[in-house]
Design a protein around this ligand. Sequence first.
Ligand code: SF4
Ligand code: F3S
Ligand code: FES
Length: 262
Amino acid sequence: MANRNLKINIFRYNPAEPEKKPSMASYPFEELPGLTMFTVLNRIREELDRTLVFDFVCRAAICGSCAMIINGKPRLACKTLTKGLPKEITLLPLPVFKLIGDLSVDTGTWFRHISLKTEAWIHTSAKFDPTAVEERMDNETALRIYEPERCIECGCCIAGCATANIRDDFMGAATINRVARFMVDPRDERTPGQYFDVIGCDEGTFGCMGLMACDNNCPMEIPLQYQLAYVRRKMAAFGLGGWKGTGRTGEPQHHRAGRSAS
Ligand code: SF4
Ligand code: F3S
Ligand code: FES
């Protein structure tokens, strides 16, 4: 069977040149077996248009830098095969984040901001001893931490969330997931009240409208609906005076069954 002839439509705009209006550019492309959007974009830049701006680092769904809107859905370009897409493919930059140019956005500043805002590090009174032997942790607890920790900060959950799109103060699923990661960590000594101050608000867990696009769009298949429900339950319990402990009970479910990679 002959290879398909694809039409790749790409958003073009450079904020440093505001006199040029945003536009769409189209490039013809012959599909090959196993072709990813990563290869498509690189070949377009190498062979057709040297000025095209987009981000890649790892090419292996690890760094999170190649997220973009591909035919209406936030995805990692390096993980997206053209095979599952129609012949006409439209690429847009992720919304919500600051546009750097064409398909490149600044997710780094956004994620740094929420890391600082949620104090995304272990709060402990234990003194750090560089000579100490590494502390052991039981496998179940380690797995509970590992699940939310798999976030690669790609921004797909934020870009696909209607709430985050209309409210720039909403912290979004990646942030709530990150807070869940520290809540289940027995080394973190924060009290329920301290967590409530961080996330028990309309900008955080109570602003989430349960739209679930975040869960649907996460390329790492982190079970965000469970992480969001876990944090919301804990914060609601604290708000009603029902959560006074350290919060290591009622943990979220950790593994999603029967979901295929996109
Ligand atoms: Fe990306 Fe998933 Fe992390 Fe959101 S939670 S930033 S979609 S890896
Ligand atoms: Fe948005 Fe996910 Fe909540 S899509 S509204 S963060 S469930
Ligand atoms: Fe790193 Fe795609 S290039 S996730």
